[in-house]
Design a protein around this ligand. Structure first.
Ligand code: BTN
Length: 271
């Protein structure tokens, strides 16, 4: 379908003008994006999560570059110009029809599943999930998710390394990109829109209480969630154990000696 020229030039107050390729792809994909059809595009922001925080449910913020991108646990997220996807989506899992609490607990797992599905649909690259929601290819991190509460909303930020330039130079052993894995150029915006389309389907699962669909999909994509050796440090003491799956609320189970610990947050080291 030919896009309407006024759609291509679409811009919201304060946003930068959407690049034509993105605008055209957005118009073609809109029917699959559910609530995520409004994309606020910026050439540069400090962090897309901050820009998204005051926006309504469903709003999407995409930037070509972040000057203060952040990761989990106070880390920075390397966000150089045009070489990765830096995006945030405003969600409201608390309005889930059956069990808002469980929907909130499973939100980041659902998002991890959606990102793996989106990357695969756009490029054919299969990524694994590592609890709770990092995307990995062959033990190298490809993408990460940062969920932050903002009033009634959860701001779900995701960073996907699309080209080799998005990999921090000092982390080449542990971080990868879609293009490095596939050995060819990929269309960043196509990855972005497939990720949004998958997120729309998984968010719908979440809001309608289809939790088993999310958990099953997560488990299928997370081989290291069972039988992998992990360590964690509590009060300076290092404990090791073997992963034993996730429970129905998304907590990681780890067998440590003769007991099984339920891990809900905190840093785990994968050995
Ligand atoms: C992690 O794995 O530590 C989470 C990384 C999340 C990075 C994304 S990039 C878009 C959004 N804005 C941010 O400042 N962070 C998230």
């Amino acid at each position: 379908m030919k896009s309407n020229p006024s759609d291509s030039a679409r811009r919201h107050e304060g946003d930068d003008t959407l690049p034509t390729e993105l605008s055209e792809l957005l118009d073609r994909s809109r029917s699959r994006l559910g609530p995520f059809g409004t994309v606020h595009y910026f050439r540069e922001v400090a962090s897309t999560n901050d820009v998204a925080a005051p926006l309504p449910e469903g709003a999407v913020v995409l930037a070509d570059r972040q000057t203060a991108g952040r990761g989990r646990r106070g880390r920075t997220w390397f966000s150089p110009l045009g070489s990765g996807l830096y995006a945030s989506v405003v969600l409201a899992p608390g309005r889930a029809s059956s069990d808002p609490m469980r929907a909130t607990l499973l939100l980041t797992l659902a998002a991890g599943v959606a990102l793996t599905e989106g990357v695969e649909a756009a490029t054919g690259l299969h990524a694994d999930l590592k609890w709770p929601n990092d995307l990995y290819v062959a033990r190298r991190k490809l993408a990460g998710i940062l969920a932050e509460a903002s009033g009634e909303h959860v701001i779900l930020g995701f960073g996907i390394n699309t080209s080799a330039e998005s990999v921090p130079p000092d982390l080449r052993e542990r971080v990868t990109s879609i293009e490095s894995e596939l050995g060819r150029h990929v269309d960043r915006y196509a990855v972005f829109l497939e990720a949004l389309a998958s997120l729309s389907r998984r968010y719908d699962d979440l809001l309608h209480g289809r939790f088993d669909a999310i958990l099953d999909a997560w488990r299928r994509r997370a081989p290291a969630s069972a039988g992998a050796r992990v360590a964690r440090t509590v009060n300076g003491v290092v404990e090791t154990g073997l992963t034993a799956g996730i429970d129905d609320n998304g907590a990681l189970l780890v067998r440590m000696g003769d007991r099984v610990e339920r891990i809900v947050s905190g840093e785990l080291q994968w050995l």
